[in-house]
Design a binder for this molecule. Structure first.
Ligand code: FAD
Length: 486
């Protein structure tokens, strides 16, 4: 009981609050920093209309309206699927409400996850989440509105008078970004700095172009390795973040022999070597399967579903023949930070920055980036110096904890090959649940991985405390069932 109380206190003390609107975005009234910022008449082109691009459009228009700046905003987006688990954490939701004055509309919410079932080769443990997570589709599909598309449709909600200042060009791919020969500043008096070449052809056979004073790149990881980004890297010295392989697919579970998933999310550790899988419930007979650590093959998918620990919850024969999109999409996740992701007259947002909590909550990170970058730009100017101070600096808080997060992932990948570790982990978690539905240290650790509310450092400490406390209290049980020397 004492341990549970201590864990509860620590969970509350380290609970990450959602960011709030900055009451003094001009720099605490300091006249030196309270400069004019974005120049009147500037043209901003945002390339990429996923979460970070759309959130940025809303934020910059809101700020321009507030400060009376006449800024033209173009949002250019190619379509395609913004693959993702579609989980919206409580932190992401609160951030969206606080910073953007928007709620997740009912028609995009497909399910609410209130429990997580943690499964490894040796067993399973049920973990309660303190606040439920929402499950959504990110891009509209199967006749359902996607979360990202719903945000794009609501860029002007409550600021409808800014409509003349926003143009959305979609579906259109940006083919090339060309720096103009005599780059100017951020306003019309000094000339545009960038030429953005679109994939739309004019009558004369040439491609449509947009000239911009400020360029915002929010094209996500799908643009990595594409000519547009390769050229931009060469031009600016941008270095993308290190990435880890992953994958995502949508599984139709309507032919399952039994299905106990309901509103539980299944986290499956180590059944596929080097990977952590998640089953994220969407409709009654549909789940999204995401993989961190490697791209899942159809054979591995079938093997996971055939495992007795998974079959306890969902018995679906031939899952690889029940994929709603007929394929498993390869995906990438950042494992560290990008370098040189902003400069004079340009800035990157979202996944391309590698700033956010690693392996978790890209939605929250996208909202945070768009807010910070728009405030930096509006109040302090689209300069390298302003982005360094008002955008990059606040994001640095992620750096150290992400290193701990990646260390935990690697240690786990090493240990979860060992049967004794898997048994010990489940036994410790199960034992905690016998005493209280909220568990203690092991539960708080797993919960922290799901909610993104506590630092990875504390999650690591919780796991160590949880395992040690189980071994101290039940030495014989621990030795008998989890003897590493057997
Ligand atoms: C397997 C997996 C599961 C995940 N699960 C979750 C989760 O459950 N919850 C969560 O919060 N995060 C999750 N994430 C992370 C999340 O998906 C990303 O952090 C988030 O999508 C980043 O947003 P973004 O705006 O940077 O990029 P994206 O969402 O990728 O958007 C980029 C946009 O740019 C457009 N685009 C690309 N190139 C061009 C071009 N040349 N011209 C014009 N437009 C272009 C694309 O069409 C797209 O609309 C997951 C990621 C992966 C890989």
């Amino acid at each position: 009981m004492l341990l549970a109380r201590l864990v509860d206190r620590l969970e509350k003390a380290f609970h990450k609050p959602a960011p709030q609107q900055n009451p003094d975005p001009q720099g605490h009234g300091n006249p030196e920093t309270a400069i004019a910022g974005l120049t009147q008449g500037a043209v901003i082109v945002i390339v990429g209309g996923g979460l970070s691009g759309s959130a940025f459009a809303r934020k910059i228009l809101t700020l321009c309206r507030k400060t009376g700046k006449k800024t033209r905003v173009y949002l250019v987006n190619s379509t395609g699927c913004n693959y993702c688990g579609g989980l919206i954490t409580d932190l992401a939701r609160e951030t969206m409400r606080n910073l953007y004055e928007l709620h997740a509309p009912h028609d995009v919410i497909l399910n609410k996850v209130s429990d997580c079932i943690f499964i490894n080769r040796e067993g399973s443990a049920e973990i309660s989440l303190t606040t439920p997570m929402l499950t959504t589709l990110r891009t509209s599909r199967f006749g359902i509105t996607g979360f990202d598309d719903s945000l794009k449709a609501r860029i002007l909600e409550g600021i409808e008078d800014m409509e003349p200042w926003l143009t959305i060009i979609e579906p259109t791919l940006v083919r090339q970004i060309i720096p103009l020969a005599e780059p100017g500043g951020q306003g019309p008096e000094s000339g545009p700095k960038w030429r953005v070449v679109l994939s739309i052809k004019k009558d004369n056979g040439c491609y449509e172009e947009l000239d911009a004073h400020v360029l915002v790149l929010a094209t996500g990881f799908r643009s990595l390795g594409k000519p547009m980004l390769n050229d931009f890297q060469e031009l600016t010295g941008y270095i993308p973040p290190p990435v880890m392989e992953g994958s995502v697919t949508e599984v139709d579970t309507s032919t399952a022999k039994h299905n106990l998933i309901a509103d539980h999310m299944l986290v499956i550790d180590g059944l596929v070597e080097g990977a952590v899988l998640a089953f994220i419930p969407k409709g009654k007979s549909w789940l999204t399967l995401t993989t961190l650590g490697k791209q899942l093959t159809p054979g591995e998918l079938d093997r996971v579903f055939a495992h007795p620990q998974v079959k306890k919850y969902l018995d679906l024969p031939h899952p690889s023949k029940n994929l709603r999109c007929r394929m498993i999409c390869p995906a990438k996740l950042f494992t560290g930070s990008a370098q040189n992701f902003y400069g004079d007259g340009w800035v990157m947002l979202g996944d391309l920055t590698g700033y956010g909590r690693v392996l978790k909550d890209g939605v929250y990170a996208s909202f945070l980036h768009a807010h910070l970058a728009a405030e930096a730009m509006c109040y302090h100017g689209a300069t390298k110096e302003a982005f360094a101070r008002f955008y990059h600096q606040p994001l640095r808080e992620f750096e150290q904890d992400n290193q701990v997060g990646m260390l935990l992932f690697r240690i786990n990948t090493h240990l979860n090959r060992r049967s004794w570790f898997n048994k010990l982990f489940i036994m410790a978690a199960e034992n905690e649940r016998k005493k209280s539905p909220q568990g203690a240290a092991m539960h708080a650790g797993i919960r922290g991985l799901m909610t993104g509310r506590i630092p990875y450092g504390l999650i690591g400490v919780f796991f160590i405390i949880g395992l040690i406390s189980f071994m101290v209290r039940h030495p014989l049980k621990a030795l008998k069932t989890a003897n590493p020397f057997r």
